[in-house]
Write a protein that binds this ligand. Structure first.
Ligand code: C2E
Ligand code: MG
Ligand code: MG
Length: 727
């Protein structure tokens, strides 16, 4: 359940970082205070109730570690959790911070979903510890009369006393269990045994103040139950443990219930899946099915109406699903805060979509595919009625992925993974769909995994290189600059185009190192050209930046560092971002663009006209120009006035216009006629290797001589539109 969204303190000297984090936290329902320095943070903590601190590691004056040390002098981690915010490469600092009493850390650039999950975990832990402290005094008394079993182990004689209640928890009669500690250890789940031994040894050797461990223990029925064991050693004068006694509480019911919905959690599902699959081994014709049911757009509800509304919706959906299924069917929720991590580790490739908006339904007896699709359709129909949530009527849809067991496939993890693959497919095809897993999907997933591995190797083998496509100035018909376009020189496949790998590396984050390497190569290349050839005046190279690259912390200093190392001016480089990058986080985009502009680096809006038509927000963005996408050019073939309007708008905003993807003379004429400043396309040249680009520079060709229609311009001179730093 969402913990109390209490006042958090965000400490960061960088105003932009601080404000962004604070704003996003507030949007997630937290109350947030901010501090710009260590001293301010400490004063704030003294004067105000604070639930948790997000502490930047690097600050002038008192740094994060010093602030942490000060906090820990008066407040323990159970009173005030501290989460450090550090750069990814500062692992030594992270270790030191953890040693000094930090509770967790998040790295920059901040992945907000991860940050949120970590903050919530810390808050829940704190709350739980608070409750525990309160109950500790009552505990001794309660244990006697309550449900806990007791144990007392004489280490000298090696005999252990296990109380009747202890034995009842494991389903044994009082006389059925003797005094040998093996009675206990032999019953512990093999996967948990080492952990229990380690905790016990740590306490006996005096390394931990008490012994406490959760583990599974075998019940007489053969099933495992979850128990919480606690103990305290009695020591001799030298501190050696001579005896240890404690309690054992049965946690099974709390372990198998999802606190938000009251549904069983995935552990029970796992048990039942194992059972269903092993039944199938015995009865060959028996099949079972798993449906992964994912609420579409829960995030939108959380963001717009708050997490409480999201929780309410989940509860309501759970209620409907539960009521509609047969008693023998199992429905569970993959809860983000609880077991989802382990469930998600089953389906590693979707770890990012971690969230509590998924339900898993096991149909233990599903003979035909049609039976299962029938259930899927019924479940989707259930969603067609609106839900009353937080005083609003909400319509929700769900995507469903279905996987059916097959003879010989008896692994629950595989079945879940397949259902997840199918669910992703359902989501891609729209909202409110279902998909059944099939072999083609498995092959696609495998191919994707192979591609990812290949890409990782490609990064280390430096197989990514920029190609260069000339950009022609319309007034003169001459080379104005190049656009750098990434190519993957694959050892066996030859040159691979970005369309195939950029979306993949954008998803797995590799775009950041690849993009950096590409940019550095471009800078070095540019230096070489400037040193060797008579380059055009105002010569520049345009470089594409994906969203992660563009919004990465520290982009500007890194970029300026690259320019400096190659002895380039900011005007030698132009940054291209796409409309979708801009609209996804408008505030931050405006901020970064502003920084670039201040530093004299021009930015262009690429692929203009393909997406969200951000005409509305164009005037807010400190960009220097637009690149009209080829599709816009084609789409306006029959409506020339449209193209004119777009160019007119850009001109009125003081932006330069580049037309992309020019393939024919008539296209060339059109873009010239409406007053585009630059053009780029196969009609001039395809993207080429650096050597060939150098030839283009030396050739100093004049491209537009054969244009039938004289070029008309929207009244701007070449000097005005040349790519001087945007102002
Ligand atoms: P983009 O930035 O819009 O690049 C223009 C694309 O149009 C290039 O495709 C280019 O080869 C292609 N093109 C140029 N002239 C013509 C033409 O006359 N006709 C047609 N049909 N196409 C033309 P490419 O090189 O395959 O790149 C595709 C996209 O991949 C780029 O679109 C850009 O979004 C992305 N990309 C390329 N290099 C990088 C990079 O270094 N970093 C990042 N983040 N993305 C990159
Ligand atoms: Mg581009
Ligand atoms: Mg483009």
């Amino acid at each position: 359940m969402t913990p109390d969204l209490g006042p958090l303190l965000v400490v960061d000297d960088d105003e932009a970082n601080r404000d962004m984090l604070a704003r996003r936290l507030m949007r997630s329902g937290f109350r947030v205070a901010t501090a710009a320095s260590g001293a301010e943070a400490l004063a704030h903590i003294e004067a105000n109730v604070t639930e948790l601190v997000l502490l930047d590691g690097e600050m002038p004056g008192m740094n994060g570690l010093q602030v942490l040390q000060e906090i820990r002098k008066t407040r323990s981690s159970s009173v005030l959790p501290v989460v450090m915010v550090t750069a990814r490469n500062e692992s030594e600092d992270i270790v030191e911070a953890l040693n000094l009493g930090a509770d967790d850390y998040i790295t920059k650039p901040i992945d907000f979903a991860v940050a949120l999950a970590r903050i919530r975990t810390q808050l829940s832990r704190k709350e739980a510890e608070g409750r525990l402290r309160e109950s500790e005094e009552r505990y001794a008394l309660a244990a006697m009369g309550a449900n806990d079993g007791l144990w007392d182990w004489d280490l000298a004689s090696g005999k252990i006393y296990l109380s009747p209640r202890w034995k009842a928890i494991v389903g044994a009669e009082p006389e059925a269990i003797g005094e040998d500690p093996k009675e206990w250890f032999d019953r512990i789940h093999p996967d948990d045994l080492d952990r229990v031994r380690q905790h016990l040894a740590a306490h006996l050797k005096g390394r931990s103040p008490h012994f406490e461990c959760e583990h599974r223990i075998r019940h007489e029925s053969g099933a495992f139950r979850w128990v919480l064991v606690r103990g305290l050693a009695i020591r001799d004068a030298k501190g050696g443990a001579i005896r240890i006694a404690g309690s054992q509480a049965d946690l099974t019911s709390t372990k198998i219930l999802d606190p938000l919905t009251g549904l069983p959690n995935h552990r029970l599902l796992h048990d039942r899946m194992e059972r269903a699959l092993s039944d199938q081994k015995v009865q060959e014709d028996k099949r079972c099915a798993v449906l992964l049911f994912d609420l579409d757009g829960l995030k939108l509800i959380n963001d717009s109406l708050g997490h409480h509304a999201g929780d309410e919706l989940i509860q309501a959906v759970a209620g409907r699903l539960d009521a509609s299924l047969r008693a023998t069917d199992t429905i569970v929720r993959a809860d983000a805060a609880d077991e989802a991590t382990s469930l998600r580790s089953i389906t590693e490739h979707t770890l990012a979509r971690l969230g509590g908006d998924e339900f898993i339904i096991l149909l233990p007896d599903a003979q035909e595919v049609a039976d299962v699709t029938c259930v899927a359709e019924r479940l989707q129909k259930l969603m067609s009625q609106p839900f009353d949530v937080a005083g609003h009527q909400i319509f929700a849809t769900a995507s469903i992925g279905i996987a059916m067991s097959r003879p010989g496939r008896t692994n629950p993890k595989e079945l879940l993974r397949d259902a997840d693959t199918a669910m992703n497919r359902a989501k891609i095809s729209g909202t409110g769909r279902y998909e059944i897993f099939d072999e083609t999907m498995r092959k696609e997933v495998q191919q994707r995994l192979l591609l990812e591995t290949d890409l990782r190797h490609a990064v280390t083998r430096e197989e990514f290189v920029p190609y260069f496509q000339p950009i022609v100035e319309m007034t003169t018909g001459r080379l104005a600059g190049f656009e750098a376009l990434l190519r993957w020189r694959h050892p066996t496949r030859g040159v691979v185009l970005p369309g195939e790998f950029v979306p993949v590396v954008e998803e797995n984050g590799l775009i950041v190192p690849i993009g950096r390497s590409c940019f550095e190569q471009v800078c070095r290349q540019m230096r070489e050209w400037l040193d060797t050839y008579a380059c055009p005046e105002h010569f520049w190279v345009s470089v594409n930046f994906s969203r992660q690259q563009f919004l990465e912390d520290g982009l500007l200093p890194w970029l300026l560092g690259c320019l400096e190392r190659s002895n380039l001016l900011p005007s030698h480089i132009v940054v291209e971002i796409t409309e979708s990058t801009a609209v996804q986080d408008l505030d931050r985009t405006i901020h970064v663009l502003g920084q670039l502009r201040e530093a004299g680096v021009k930015a262009l809006m690429d692929d203009f006209g393909t997406g969200y038509s951000s005409l509305v927000c164009l005037h807010q963005l400190p960009i220097g120009g637009l690149k009209l996408d080829r599709t816009l050019l084609l789409a306006t073939e029959k409506h020339p006035a449209l193209l004119e309007t777009v160019v007119g708008l850009a001109v009125s905003l003081g932006l330069t216009v580049t037309a992309e993807g020019i393939e024919t003379e008539s296209q060339c004429e059109r873009v010239a006629a409406v007053g585009c400043d630059f053009a780029q396309g196969y009609i001039f040249e395809r993207p080429v290797e650096a050597d060939k680009a150098a030839e283009i520079i030396t050739a100093n060709e004049r491209w537009l001589q054969d244009l039938v229609t004289p070029v008309t311009f929207a009244g701007r001179s070449a000097q005005q539109i040349a790519l001087q730093p945007a102002s």
